[in-house]
Design a protein around this ligand. Structure first.
Ligand code: ZN
Ligand code: FE
Length: 260
C-alpha cells in the first residue's frame, strides 16, 4: 500500500517520496530542495502531495518547504522542539501522526539536533524514516546534542523490529563502511557489505533502504559492545576504554569518525 522512492537532491541527499497506491496521495520527507519534487509532481499529475514530513531543521532538509507548500497546499509536519518553516503540525515524542490514510509514530531522537524526530510505520513491512540520526552503517554528527543522547537515540531505534527498513536522508554508506572496516577489521559481514556497496556505487545506484538486522551487524555506532571495536578505538585513542562504558566508547568512536 505504501511505496517509497528516493528523489535525489544536492550531492547526496534523498527526498523520500511515500505513495499510497490506493488513494494516489503522496508525501515527501525532508525536501531540502523543491525542484526534484515539483518535477516529479509535474510528470505524475494524478498524484496529490498531501504531506511534507520534516525530521529536523537543517536547511538541506527544509529548504524546499515553502515553495512546495505554496504549490500544493500540503501540510507540513515537523519536530515540536525545532523551528520549522511553515509548520502546520508540530509533533512530540510518541505522537501518532495520521497521514496517507495510515498512522506513523513520531520518535524523538536527539543528538544530531536537539529536537530531531524519526517517523516509524508499524505496518506489514515496518520502516523508519531516520533522517540524519541513523545512517546506513553510520550515524549523524553531533551538532546540538550530546554523545549520550545520540547513543540513546540509536539504541531506541535499534529496538524496533529487526526487519524494519531504514530510510535515511544521505548517501553516505560507502564512506561509513570504509570507517566500519577500519574499526572492526575482522568483521566479515562489514567486508561483504562494503563490496556490495562498492558495486552499487560504481553503477551510481542507491544503497538504501537498509534494515535494522544488517545495521546491528555492520554499523559500528550500534556495536559499542564489540570487543574488537573497543580494542581498536582504545588503541586509536591510546587510552584504555571499558567495554562496560558504551557511552565512552561511543564518544570516542564518533570523534574518530569526525576525523577519518
Ligand atoms: Zn542534518
Ligand atoms: Fe542532512
Amino acid at each position: 500500500m505504501l511505496n517509497l522512492t528516493p528523489l535525489k537532491a544536492f550531492n547526496d541527499n534523498y527526498i523520500w517520496l511515500i505513495q499510497n497506491t490506493q488513494t494516489f496521495q503522496c508525501a515527501v520527507v525532508d525536501p531540502g530542495d523543491a525542484a526534484p519534487v515539483l518535477k516529479w509532481l509535474a510528470e505524475n499529475p494524478h498524484w496529490q502531495l498531501t504531506d511534507i514530513l520534516i525530521t529536523h531543521h537543517h536547511k538541506d532538509h527544509t529548504g524546499g518547504v515553502s515553495a512546495l507548500k505554496q504549490h500544493s497546499l500540503a501540510r507540513v509536519v515537523g519536530p515540536a522542539l525545532e523551528n520549522i518553516p511553515a509548520c502546520d503540525l508540530a509533533v512530540q515524542d510518541n505522537q501518532t501522526v495520521e497521514l496517507l490514510g495510515t498512522e506513523f509514530t513520531a520518535m524523538l531522537v536527539p543528538g544530531h539536533t536537539k529536537g530531531h524526530i524519526a517517523y516509524y510505520w508499524a505496518g506489514e513491512q515496518p520502516f523508519v524514516l531516520s533522517g540524519d540520526t541513523l545512517f546506513a552503517a553510520g550515524c549523524g554528527r553531533l551538532f546540538e546534542g550530546t554523545a549520550a543522547q545520540m547513543y540513546d537515540s540509536l539504541q531506541r531505534l535499534a529496538q524496533l523490529p529487526d526487519h524494519t527498513l531504514v530510510y535515511c536522508t544521505h548517501e553516505y554508506t560507502l564512506s561509513n563502511l570504509k570507517f566500519a572496516a577500519a574499526v572492526e577489521p575482522t568483521n566479515a559481514l562489514i567486508q561483504q557489505r562494503l563490496q556490495q556497496v562498492i558495486e552499487l556505487r560504481k553503477q551510481d545506484l542507491n544503497t538504501l533502504p537498509s534494515n535494522l538486522a544488517v545495521e546491528k551487524e555492520t554499523n559500528p555506532f550500534l556495536r559499542c559492545n564489540s570487543s574488537e571495536l573497543v580494542q581498536q578505538v582504545s588503541s586509536h585513542l591510546q587510552k584504555t576504554l571499558d567495554k562496560q562504558d558504551p557511552i565512552a566508547v561511543f564518544t570516542a568512536l564518533r570523534a574518530w569518525k569526525d576525523n577519518f
